[in-house]
Write a protein that binds this ligand. Sequence first.
Ligand code: HEM
Length: 494
Amino acid sequence: YSKRQRFRLPPGPKGLPIIGNAFDIPVGHEWVTYAKWSCEYGSDIIYLNIAGQPIYVLNSVQAINDLLEKRSSNYSDRMVMAMCHEIVGWGKNFAFMPYGDFWREHRRMFHQHFHSDVVSKHHIHILKQAKDLLGRILADPDNLTQHLRFMAGASILRVSYGIDIQPENDHYVGIAEAAVHSLALTGNVGSYLVDNFPILKYLPSWAPGAQFKRDGMKWREQVNRMFDEPFELVKRLMAEGKPSDSVTASLLAGLDERKDKPRQELETAVKYATGTSYVGGADTTVSAVATFVLAMLKFPNVQSTAQAELDRVIDSGRLPTFEERDSLPYVTAVMKETLRWHQVTPLAVPRTVTADDEYKGYYIPAGSLVIGNAWAVLHDETRYPNPGSFDPTRFLTSDGQLNKSAPDPVEACFGYGRRLCPGRHFAMDTIWLNIAFILTTLDIAKPSDEMGQPIEPSGEFTSGTLSHPVPFKASYKPRSKAAEVLIREPMFYD
Ligand code: HEM
């Protein structure tokens, strides 16, 4: 009896011998099923096991705070996946590095250039790309995702390496996109047999059945190019006495004072830390701004209320600035609601447990995978009533100011504890400004079909670590002649 008590596990679907819950886990939108199970089993912590790998899904803000925040030192490790991290080389991305000193070095370097007090030095690049986006949308309204990718990729590459990318077929974007493609193919636990049986990684590439090794080596080259090429460019320019104004150049310059570690080791950390920013920052921002546009189609009253606020605060003929953020609480609430309504990363990035633990009388062995279900937290009716509705007023007081005591989606949408997204300030500034620029200048509406009927967006989202709105059509019209001029005229940051 005492042994059974000691190894008591949380409730969850029963599963089959050996393979466990392999067939219970839904193929898509797992976050919704996990939240449903949580209600059905009456437990905010759910247990699953896939072929012997224990998985704990946390479905409440309390469980997430208790484990991923308060016991962060035990819950900050990542699972090493043989295919993605080792063979293809995505282990260079510090978001996937095991918890420890090596990861800490990268995180510290990244933090120096993206924490809340310094992120404003990147505003000029965010402004330029947000303004550029307006013209692109207007010129080619059917390719929103492509324009958002340009906006996000261009600002992160400029900030990280000082690279101004070409409007079409840019070399560095091409390299990064090719590399990121392999992350989508290999990044999910269980996509490759070698993840469950790591011994297979020692198979030679030529061996029958080792196609994964051959693919892996090809993808590895792309990943290496993504980390190496822009970094080498910055180094070359520095050697020629023409250092770029960039995070990489600044971190490299700072290494001259470091005597605690060999130079080569520190340079590698700079390379990996800045290389991670494109992967962490490009697609995530794309998803968030696309979600905002989708919400404007489905909730036109929100769009008009936000535009009324902008018209009140911003004189006609100019764009909002970051300095005016405090005077635009409704626009800020739209950004918060965008991040809450649908999460870019509904299950964040899973953790592994370093040492055996116990929570609410349940046993959590070392090596378990722990998933914080951000979607469940941000759709918890007790904290966010009527969670399916896009309602920015949930973050406002009755007199229209930001309500400091309302729950904030940042509690879950950027992850948790020591591995909380370090790019969140940059991300929120980018999303806020793009929302403010779009609402100031453009009216977003459902386009009409041949019969003149409005085309409804499906309102669906893709599955995977990163979730995007399924592509939808929208029409965009300048809100006035002045807005049209504003979009076309160069600004001081162009
Ligand atoms: C809407 C935008 C974004 C969302 C929703 C998002 C979300 C996340 C999440 C959920 C994690 C994992 C946290 C955890 O394990 O608990 C993460 C990690 C990370 N993010 Fe973001 N992110 C966004 C934008 C960015 C941007 C713009 C950057 C870079 C400028 C960035 C850089 C990173 C890095 C470097 C990590 C790894 C942190 C670590 O493992 O220590 N992210 N992000």
